[in-house]
Design a protein around this ligand. Sequence first.
Ligand code: ZN
Ligand code: ZN
Ligand code: ZN
Ligand code: ZN
Length: 227
Amino acid sequence: MSRKRQSRGICSYCGREIAKGGMRRHLMACPERQAVIAAAEQGPGRTETLFHLQVEDAWRGDYWLHLEMRGSATLDTLDRYLRAIWLECCGHLSRFSIRGWGSPDIPMSRRAKEVFAPGRTFIHQYDFGTTSETRIKVLSSRQGKPTTGHPIALMARNVPPEIPCIECGRPARWLCVECLVVEGVFGALCDEHATTHPHKEYGEPLPLVNSPRMGMCGYRGPAEPPY
Ligand SMILES: [Zn+2]
Ligand SMILES: [Zn+2]
Ligand SMILES: [Zn+2]
Ligand SMILES: [Zn+2]
């Protein structure tokens, strides 16, 4: 077992940094989140089933999100959200299923409340060549009014994992595409080595962004939520 430091993330409501394993419990207790929920209940929205989803890259789980999704929203809405925050490079195909390859597609037109239930897990796959695989765990559901005007609310997100520079081991902020394409190495570089690194064939190093798709296909970020 490696003694890798547990991934950490930021609660969108209070801004606190919490270990991955404690975020679910934190969100249930977070006073700032409770205040947002209470305010929404006083507002004009319609009560419906809201799902608490934990979303993570299926590879290492270093990239993760806690989302609250309206039961009336379709899987297509979640697909578009994941593309915006993590995945979109060249408009590849994507699919939801229970177990990934070999298990049947769940149509994008299905509503969350038709397929989600606490305890269920789903796999989202983006790009059927260089596939990004995302695991979606339905942690819980509640009856309430949505806390935002959007179908999905971002409740928490991982802090970017520290990636060491391939030349000196200090924290990297850049990625050399030539290292990736020509040498098959994840060419992470610190500020200093981004300027002295010899590879220029594929242009200047790209900024590292908070996405599990970095280094795959033509992905360039920006890894920002759509709303
Ligand atoms: Zn909080
Ligand atoms: Zn692509
Ligand atoms: Zn360096
Ligand atoms: Zn390089």
